[in-house]
Design a binder for this molecule. Structure first.
Ligand code: F0G
Length: 352
């Protein structure tokens, strides 16, 4: 039997750790790569979902956080800080707890999903709601880490990118080679940067014969990379990617250009349609931002940009339970019945 040990132990040779690094892990990674039957039928491609909501805190952030917190522990840090639209803070809070560190969190006031806020609270982090957006929070976090004894664990910390690249390794290990196309939602652009690094490293080592075209999708109201300039007041229902000035902008451009890929925008309406398709037809419940990858794939298909027969992986970045609001508000409320089989059967439409 093989017990999954977490991304540091599984991919130790590829990561900036030594025997002196205390490994702080929740056994993240090893997430499902799920064949997507409905998406494959609709596009004529072989589509898979990399289900990152299956990580310990419910998002891909855990891959980078295990490395960032382990390295912070190695350096003797007692406290860490991050800016977040919610998932980074949930992950930082959990891993800091494992390491016995204080975790400080800066979030845009009123703009993070309740599930994520509950995680940071449950793990006992020190949360400040900032009267500003994510970009303001990140500027503030950077400034605090420069002037006070607190380590920054946003993806501007290169250890985060190192950990997150392991998702590409897992995909190649599972499929036997890299896919033709890899599709991701893009917010602060750390993840697309990390995936591209992972694919490059595996190909350079001869473990993959090709590298995928990297396709990134931003929300239309928060699409600075697509527009070519920062967005001062980013807007989207996908709060995780409500970001106007991505820190890893250059990394995203590099991934796009070196891979022959693209970065485009999808509307909130498209995001919600993909969100519903994933939960109601594929059986995979993700948060709205995660559905941007699938919305982008469907858009490319409709625009004739997706040749059939290709192998495509879409990363779905966070679990649906993070942000249940959209699932609840877009479906009818459940009907109340007495504890009576006949009445229940009638309501369920089982009586013919
Ligand atoms: N999907 C989810 C669920 C996210 O939480 C994020 C980013 C992204 C996609 C975009 O990834 O920033 O690497 O391009 N969330 C960050 C946070 C900003 O604070 O949790 P990215």
């Amino acid at each position: 039997a093989h017990l999954w040990r977490g991304v540091i132990e599984e991919y130790r040779d590829w990561l900036p750790v030594t025997d002196a690094t205390p490994v702080v892990t929740l056994r993240e990674g090893g997430t499902p790569l799920v064949p997507a039957r409905v998406l494959s039928e609709r596009t004529g491609c072989e589509v898979y979902l990399k289900v990152e909501g299956a990580n310990p805190t419910g998002s891909f952030k855990d891959r980078g956080m295990t490395v960032a917190i382990s390295k912070a522990a190695e350096a003797g840090a007692r406290a860490v800080i991050c800016a977040s639209t919610g998932n980074t803070s949930a992950s930082a809070a959990a891993y800091a707890t494992r390491a016995g560190m204080i975790c400080a969190v800066l979030v845009p006031q009123g703009k993070i999903a309740l599930g994520k806020l509950s995680q940071a609270l449950a793990h006992g982090s020190r949360i400040l709601q900032v009267d500003g957006n994510f970009d303001d929070c990140l500027t503030l976090a950077r400034e605090l880490s420069e002037h006070y004894p607190v380590a920054l664990v946003n993806s501007v910390n290169p250890h985060r990118i190192e950990g997150q690249k392991t998702a590409s390794f897992e995909i190649v290990d599972m499929l036997g080679d890299a896919p033709d196309i890899h599709v991701l939602p893009v917010g602060n652009a750390g993840n697309i940067t990390a995936y591209w690094k992972g694919y490059r490293e595996y190909a350079a080592a001869g473990l993959a014969t090709r590298k995928p075209a990297m396709w990134g999708f931003q929300a239309a109201g928060a699409a600075p990379i697509v527009r070519g300039e920062p967005v001062t007041r980013p807007q989207t229902i996908a709060t995780a990617i409500r970001i106007g000035n991505p820190a890893s902008w250059q990394g995203a451009l590099r991934a796009r250009d070196e891979s022959g890929g693209l970065i485009d925008a999808v509307t909130d309406r498209q995001i919600l349609a993909a969100y519903r398709l994933l939960s109601a037809q594929e059986g995979v419940f993700v948060e709205p931002a995660s559905a941007a990858s699938v919305a982008g794939l469907l858009q490319a298909h409709e625009q004739g940009k997706l040749a059939p027969g290709q192998r495509v992986v879409c990363t779905v970045t966070g679990h649906g339970l993070k942000d249940p609001e959209w699932a609840i508000s877009s479906a009818p409320a459940p009907v109340t019945v007495p504890p009576d089989a006949e009445a229940a059967a009638r309501q369920l439409g089982l009586t013919g």
